[in-house]
Write a protein that binds this ligand. Structure first.
Ligand SMILES: [Zn+2]
Length: 247
């Protein structure tokens, strides 16, 4: 008798668990999907990308792994996101140069200052080809686990660079919905030495457990890449006067 009485309760429990799992699944899909409306808005402005030359710089590579956590290297995440960004930009009609498209650096193996030579050659690729903009992709880290959110940096004395950083940051905020960080000015070698507006996009914190997981997921990498692409579209649209500049 006792067992019979418990069956409806068990059924209700199983049903509840199923509903919860469905809800969690739906929430995840909603959270990580770029909406059709987002895509339509970016697509409408995408013609501003035609014939623009964008140099995408996946941070680190080769002997320089960047930040590492549990064997997961920054250099691999930045390359994955950069390749996705390149695909989005090319779909929009932009020309794209990647400073690297595999796990390598640009320096000579025996170079005295390998890191310096690597960075100089990345910048030279943009300057020699007269790129319109230079976008470096990096992953952030912090001693504490709480810091989170993507953030875009530009050179302090470059107004256009800051406008570019702001446009990208706005799209990161809108599309990722997980950061209220704002575009910031910071002195980087790449920003100091490129002849065109340059930004560094720190796409998240490897030291934050949630972002550590997300940064390895292809759906999240695509979403970050789409947000950066949308930022570039917005920047070029603002520069051409197609849309008003948002302060
Ligand atoms: Zn880095």
């Amino acid at each position: 008798m006792k067992r019979r009485k418990n069956r409806p309760a068990l059924k209700t429990l199983v049903l509840l668990v199923c509903v919860c799992l469905l809800f969690i699944g739906a929430a995840r899909t909603y959270e990580f999907a770029v909406t059709a409306a987002d895509r339509r808005e970016v697509a409408a402005l995408a013609p501003v990308l035609v014939d623009k030359l964008v140099v995408i710089d996946p941070g680190h590579g080769g002997p320089d792994p960047g930040v590492v956590r549990n064997g997961v290297c920054e250099k691999d995440i930045t390359l994955d996101v950069a390749l996705r960004l390149a695909a989005y930009l090319e779909q929009g009609g932009a020309r794209v140069l990647l400073t690297r498209d595999k796990d390598c650096d640009l320096a000579d193996p025996g170079a005295k200052s390998r890191k310096r030579q690597d960075l100089e050659r990345r910048v030279a690729m943009a300057n020699d080809n007269k790129a319109d903009i230079f976008v470096s992709i990096h992953v952030n880290s912090f001693p504490g686990a709480n810091e989170h959110g993507a953030q875009t940096f530009s050179q302090p004395d470059c107004t256009e660079g800051h406008e570019l950083a702001r446009a990208i940051q706005r799209e990161l905020q809108t599309l990722l919905r997980n950061t209220d960080r704002v575009a910031k000015k910071a002195d980087y070698f790449t920003g100091r030495t490129t002849k065109m507006p340059a930004v560094v996009v720190e796409i998240g914190f490897i030291t934050n457990p949630r972002e550590f997981r997300l940064l390895q997921e292809s759906s999240y990498q695509s979403k970050v890449a789409f947000a950066v692409c949308a930022g570039l579209v917005r920047y070029f649209a603002e520069q051409s006067g197609a849309v008003p500049s948002v302060q």
